[in-house]
Write a protein that binds this ligand. Structure first.
Ligand code: SF4
Length: 290
């Protein structure tokens, strides 16, 4: 769509679809191309080169298209009456939108806000049916470290934020221990809606949700990814290998170093995994320092 008028019309339609109030070109021009009628019943404004004229023929039927009648005199432009007329030429070049605001494709999301907007509206898998809040993720867009967990639990579902229950508190402590304050880290999950009863997300749910995570990682491009738990490791590395065999190594996700370790919720259940987790996150720290 390269016609500037079509682009401009599309842009205005999208703004209105997004809840912007109706846009009135001026008191005597409307963006839909129809012309307001002044108190005297005259058609207001001359054609602006962008919109079609709509006229009423003598039979009372509406005709659409360029008018063949001479332009009626413009009515008084109220507060703008002493100002120069609005130019009939737009006078600037409209760039094509970088993103189609009607698109629901996560991979087309222009930025993190767009990803979040899509996640909140997403119904791509059955997990949307019982969620209270979708949980896209949180943290700075320029984070050097991204933590990826499995999916929201009850507290996360309630608050719409990732890692905010007891496991979240433990994650905050782990990050502080490697000198990565939580607020400097982007934290998210493989699936953005809570699986009922905190069950492991099903393969089709993971497949439906992964484009969001891929897009988030592409936008942030962190220096290191920390996959916490087997589900995150499997999804990001496309592997069925056990977590025990994946941890304590440096993997690659699309050229980004990726470390696998235990999920904080697992650590709460089994404190014996504290030491191996510490070994893993120290590798992440070393990578960040390189
Ligand atoms: S889990 Fe992911 S794919 Fe499923 S509804 Fe939520 S955001 Fe959409």
């Amino acid at each position: 769509m390269s016609d500037p008028r079509a682009l401009f019309r599309r842009y205005l339609e999208q703004q209105i679809a997004l809840g912007q109030p109706a846009i009135v070109w001026s008191t005597d021009r409307r963006i839909d191309g129809s012309a307001d009628r002044g108190a005297d019943g005259q058609t207001g404004g001359q054609t602006d080169g962008m919109a079609e004229r709509r006229d009423v023929d003598p039979s009372g039927r509406r005709s659409v298209g360029p008018s063949t009648r001479p332009s009626a005199a413009p009515p008084a432009r109220r507060w703008a009456k002493d100002l120069p007329a609005i130019p009939t030429d737009i006078g600037f070049v409209l760039e094509a939108p970088t993103q189609d605001l009607f698109s629901t494709d996560p991979l087309a999301a222009a930025d993190m806000s767009a990803v979040e907007r899509l996640v909140h509206a997403c119904t791509n898998c059955g997990l949307h049916e019982k969620r209270r809040h979708a949980v896209p993720g949180e943290g700075p867009r320029e984070a050097r470290l991204v933590v990826v967990g499995e999916g929201p639990g009850a507290t996360e579902d309630e608050q719409g934020r990732p890692f905010v229950g007891r496991a979240g508190e433990l994650l905050t402590e782990i990050l502080a221990a490697i000198d990565c304050p939580r607020e400097t880290v982007y934290i998210c999950n493989v699936v953005k809606c809570r699986p009922p009863e905190n069950r492991k997300p099903a393969a089709d749910e993971i497949e439906a949700c992964m484009p969001y995570l891929h897009r988030q990682l592409a936008i942030i491009r962190p220096k290191v990814i920390l996959a916490m738990g087997g589900t995150a490791a499997e999804a990001l590395l496309h592997t069925k290998a056990s977590l025990g065999s994946l941890r304590n190594k440096v993997h690659q996700y699309r050229g980004i170093p990726l470390i696998v370790t235990y999920h904080p919720a697992a650590l709460l259940r089994n404190p014996n995994w504290k030491r191996p987790t510490w070994d893993d996150v120290r590798i992440a720290r070393q990578l960040l320092d390189q």
